[in-house]
Design a protein around this ligand. Structure first.
Ligand SMILES: *[C@@H]1O[C@H](CO)[C@@H](O)[C@H](O)[C@H]1NC(C)=O
Ligand SMILES: *[C@@H]1O[C@H](CO)[C@@H](O)[C@H](O)[C@H]1NC(C)=O
Ligand SMILES: *[C@@H]1O[C@H](CO)[C@@H](O)[C@H](O)[C@H]1NC(C)=O
Length: 500
């Protein structure tokens, strides 16, 4: 989907859900961690006002001494200043950092039991951390994961001084989704500053065509209920048939509440790609975040895998295409959208806006830039049996890079960029100790992460049945026993690292 068409999921991600999303450009359902669930009374006591840290613009050019202000949060309520107390750092990612994480989530339970001092550093270019006056492509040259890691290093060094920490103090970093990758890379690149890392749902392999994404979505749907996958596939076939003639096209306009009539778009492959990608995004977003404990899990975003498959296998709703339309309607409704916007040109115009005031600056433009220059991660329709059709291949996403950032950002550029990322970080061959890699079996991002222990010092925990970043959210009575065990295992690992 695109930024625009995918607005339902996008809003979901941005407003309610700020773990750290691997955004989509609109649509590409990203990772990201949502906000933790609030207490029963819904109150949130802000004990951690935002603070600012003077940061270098370019860590890799000593001749450039430009500075900017990076936002961070502190919680010292568990810290007693003892020599052995650890320091915890939550790594910000591709969305706004949130004060809510300073008092909630599993890392706060750990902080309480270890007496840790807690920090959270917002990622450059996201939230309120604005290194440059706007988001022009030229200014985005300082938006890289390597710069972000160096930001963290300078931050740790500065806090060691400010809090007069012992030189053997042990920093443990936490991150979910893209920050999960950063957490592992931080331990690899700066082992003298970071003693251990909890890396949740972190993709370690950069890949242009992230075809495995929909493999995991398909498997999650299939495991959920027999017939769910085939119903989706049949619904998609029915759409493709209707698209072939005028009466069918008008039917689609009505069924899917399209903002613009599709008759005018049938020959525009980008519009059609966007339409199918948006429909696939309806499913992907729900699967990726299925039943986690994010904030606002009221009736509003309690749509789960069960909801989707219950509709898809229910004959009395009508043919499969009508069941897909029912899901689309439900999501539009949930996110207060009047109609489904699938126009490619609208999405691109929105993403080309370089203002910090623009909607795309909530992360869509920045994350798209990172995917086009470092990671790829494009959630394409390549994987067979292509239950959402074959209309959003990798070229569709590369075209977006070119249309948003310029002709230089073509396939050659992107392939080189992804090779570079895998070379400098090592992909699955990352060589680290004191890192735990945590993934969930229904989170599509596990396909790019380490899910089997490869070395004793860096164990993997693979949780059956959980979605993206599940172990980071506050615990709940409904949690699967394997999720509860994983949280406990991580606590034990942290404890063992602190004894080293
Ligand atoms: C199937 O859909 C019909 C019509 O919307 C609804 O009344 C019924 O409860 C659904 N059945 C199940 C098993 O969800
Ligand atoms: C960019 O977005 C801002 C804020 O929404 C808007 O005022 C401005 O007109 C947009 N610029 C362009 C070129 O569309
Ligand atoms: C991408 O652009 C470069 C020039 O910037 C060109 O040399 C290369 O052939 C292009 N690659 C493709 C696949 O178009």
């Amino acid at each position: 989907m695109n930024f625009f068409t995918f607005i339902p999921i996008f809003l979901f991600v941005i407003d309610d859900a700020e773990c750290w999303k691997i955004f989509h450009r609109g649509r590409s359902v990203g990772g990201n961690l949502g906000l933790p669930r609030r207490n029963k009374n819904g109150l949130f006591k802000d004990i951690s006002p935002e603070k600012w840290f003077l940061q270098n613009l370019d860590h890799f050019n000593p001749g450039n001494n430009q500075k900017w202000k990076q936002r961070y949060f502190v919680n010292n309520q568990f810290y007693n200043g003892s020599v052995n107390a650890p320091i915890f750092l939550m790594i910000g990612g591709e969305g706004e950092a949130s004060a809510e994480w300073m008092t909630q989530g599993t890392w706060i339970d750990y902080a309480r039991s270890f007496g840790a001092l807690c920090f959270q550093l917002e990622h450059r270019y996201y939230g309120k951390s604005h290194p440059t006056e706007d988001l022009s492509t030229k200014n985005l040259q300082y938006l890289t994961s390597q710069q972000a890691l160096a930001d963290l290093a300078y931050f740790i060094q500065a806090m060691n001084i400010e809090y007069k920490l012992n030189k053997d103090v042990k920093w443990i970093v936490f991150g979910g989704s893209y920050p999960g990758s950063l957490a592992a890379w931080m331990r690899m690149k700066y082992p003298h500053l970071v003693h251990g890392a909890m890396s949740a749902s972190g993709p370690l392999l950069a890949e242009v065509d992230f075809k495995e994404y929909f493999k995991v979505v398909d498997e999650a749907l299939e495991t959920h209920s027999e017939g769910c996958v085939s119903a989706v596939k049949q619904g998609t076939n029915q759409i493709e048939i209707l698209l072939r003639h005028m009466i069918g096209q008008r039917n689609i306009n009505k069924l899917f509440q399209l903002c613009d009539p599709i008759e005018q778009s049938v020959s525009n492959t980008n519009d059609i790609a966007n339409f199918f990608e948006t429909l696939s995004g309806n499913f992907a977003g729900i699967v990726q975040y299925n039943k986690d404990n994010r904030i606002g899990k009221s009736s509003k975003n309690s749509i789960t895998l069960d909801t989707l498959c219950d509709i898809m296998v229910n004959d009395s709703i009508g043919p499969q295409i009508e069941r897909l339309a029912t899901i689309n309607h439900l999501l539009l409704d949930t996110y207060d959208q009047k109609c489904l916007d699938y126009k490619y040109s609208k999405m691109i115009d929105e993403m080309r806006n370089i203002s910090w005031e623009a909607e795309s600056s909530e992360g869509g433009r920045q994350w798209t830039y990172q995917t086009c220059t470092e990671f790829g991660f494009f959630q394409t329709s390549t994987y067979s049996p292509q239950i959402f059709g074959d209309k959003f291949p990798v070229d569709f996403f590369i075209q977006q890079c070119v249309d948003i950032f310029g002709s230089k950002y073509n396939a050659t550029f992107l392939n080189d960029a992804v090779d570079r990322t895998n070379l400098i970080y090592g992909a699955f061959d990352i060589d680290v100790t004191n890192v735990v890699f945590v993934h969930g079996s229904i989170d599509p991002w596990h396909a790019l992460g380490i899910i089997k222990t490869r070395s004793q010092g860096a164990p993997a925990i693979y949780i059956k049945g959980t979605a993206h970043c599940a172990n980071m959210y506050p615990k709940s009575d409904q949690d699967l026993p394997q999720l509860t065990n994983a949280r406990q295992q991580i606590a034990e690992l942290i404890d063992s690292w602190l004894r080293l």
